[in-house]
Design a protein around this ligand. Structure first.
Ligand SMILES: [Fe+2]
Ligand SMILES: [Fe+2]
Length: 281
């Protein structure tokens, strides 16, 4: 069986982290031993150098897993207008030494990391259509499963969060569909959610898995949504399968499985939910 294990973290907002949460998360990550940790933005609270350094210090303690990050709206300086306009990703680039967008290949899995933020926007995210097309120019024909990762969400559980969804999402999802993206992951709203695209985008050809991770460490949690992260197990065998396990933090700073969602891909490259499980505590 060809299995790739990815941990999806989002929105740590370094600068707003309660004591004990980081250690609890580190312990769980070391037990899971993922091949990759995917961090979908709002790494810092105010894009300050000390907050990026704290993020780097945390990442350095994780272990051998590769860490790939995309920026969130909080990772662009808000108050320093000069920096915002001329060097919006300076803090991110100083720490991560990575391109803002890139394709990561892990066995038969391709993860397309995208930058949905803009120096001209404080909160909402958007892609230029030409930018998206450019990111999918390279042909990764060996990839059997493809994930797209960016900060702003494509779907949400609560109507109040509709205003925080990616602007231009109808055009974007059509492009993702055309390029056979299997799963789209993001964050931003601190309210974890997973569903098939058919619920919000019934017009596209295939069903894509849409997942939003909660905040993994920040005290900026929402009611009913404690700190959490998602473990994404991708099986790229003849019938590709994805198992998404959400780990929630409890009052003793332990992260434990709370929900498990099983998906498989059919012969039309469309995804279906096989089952879901709420883990009783
Ligand atoms: Fe956030
Ligand atoms: Fe955000």
């Amino acid at each position: 069986m060809s299995l790739v294990r990815v941990v999806h973290l989002s929105d740590p907002h370094f600068g707003t982290i309660h004591m004990g949460v980081g250690d609890g998360l580190l312990n769980t990550l070391r037990e899971i031993e993922p091949a990759l940790i995917l961090l979908t933005g709002d790494i810092t609270q105010r894009a300050r150098a000390d907050q990026f350094k704290a993020a780097k210090h945390f990442i350095d303690q994780i272990g051998s897993a590769a860490v790939i990050a995309v920026p969130g709206n909080h990772d662009i300086s808000l108050g320093n207008i000069y920096e915002r306009i001329f060097h919006p990703y300076k803090g991110y680039e100083n720490i991560f030494k990575q391109k803002l967008d890139q394709n990561i290949i892990l066995k038969d899995l391709c993860i397309t990391c995208l930058n949905s933020t803009s120096r001209w926007r404080h909160i909402q995210g958007e892609f230029q259509y030409s930018y998206l097309e450019e990111q999918f120019q390279e042909n990764y024909s060996n990839c059997k499963v493809r994930i797209a990762a960016f900060h702003h969400p494509m779907d949400c559980a609560k109507y109040i969060d509709d205003k925080n969804l990616l602007k231009g999402r109808d055009s974007a999802i059509a492009l993702f569909d055309r390029h056979n993206v299997d799963m789209i992951v993001g964050g931003h709203i601190h309210d974890p959610y997973v569903n098939l695209s058919s619920a919000r985008y019934p017009h596209i050809r295939r069903k894509i898995i849409l997942s939003v991770a909660g905040t993994c460490m920040s005290s900026r949690t929402r009611a009913g949504a404690p700190n959490s992260f998602n473990l994404i197990d991708v099986n790229t065998d003849f019938i590709p399968k994805i198992t998404l396990t959400r780990f929630d933090m409890d009052s003793t700073f332990h992260f434990k499985p709370k929900e498990i969602h099983y998906f498989s891909r059919d012969s039309t490259l469309s995804w279906n939910r096989d089952s879901s499980l709420i883990v009783s505590t």
